[in-house]
Design a protein around this ligand. Sequence first.
Ligand SMILES: Nc1nc2c(ncn2[C@@H]2O[C@H](COP(=O)(O)OP(=O)(O)OP(=O)(O)O)[C@@H](O)[C@H]2O)c(=O)[nH]1
Ligand SMILES: [Mg+2]
Length: 194
Amino acid sequence: MGCIATRNKFLKDGEDKDVTSVITNKKKIVLAGLKGSGKTSILQRLKHNTFIQAVPEGSSMSIEQISIKDDLDFLIYDIDHQNKKQQTCHLAEADAVIYVIDSTDIQNMWRVKEDLTRISNEMRYSESVVLVLFNKFDLEDALDANTMIQETGVHSELDLDVFIQKCSAKSGQGLQEGLDKLINYFVRGQKSGF
Ligand SMILES: Nc1nc2c(ncn2[C@@H]2O[C@H](COP(=O)(O)OP(=O)(O)OP(=O)(O)O)[C@@H](O)[C@H]2O)c(=O)[nH]1
Ligand SMILES: [Mg+2]
């Protein structure tokens, strides 16, 4: 579902188009999460391997293509949390959701829980997978992972395959491990959890 097969992006115009047998698989991934959870910072970290202090943007959506392997690209949609209509439309055709949670934002964990329930409802007919990122783990007041799991109800609210990873967009820690869980899911069909 949502998987667009395209020719190898290394094939240049004018080259013999029959030579390649490599087909690049593009997986559509929607970045979701409450305002300020770190979605844009994570996307910047994945794309440029650096932490860029995010500035509020005028645009409500940005899309980045990240090359994972020769035959696998992730097309990542960073959609403004307020723009529910646009999110709904992209969730319907997403191969995966990366759901970002600010691990220090204890007073909004109930909102996260509500948001996860909404996303699960919207994706009830899809066979997507959700990678939940407990972000901002570099900060001292970050909650521990078990508390986060309980407070947000990631396992009870999401009726989908779920992977969990703690990470920091600031230090970069944990992001590759999170991506690896998605890659293993797509490439080998692995459904391991935490
Ligand atoms: N310490 C720390 N700060 C972070 C981390 N990730 C994001 N931030 C900060 O958190 C704030 C919000 O980050 P954004 O990436 O803009 O969050 P967002 O989810 O894209 O926010 P919206 O687009 O407004 O919904 C910024 O000040 C970031 O610098 C992290 O891992 N550690
Ligand atoms: Mg943002």
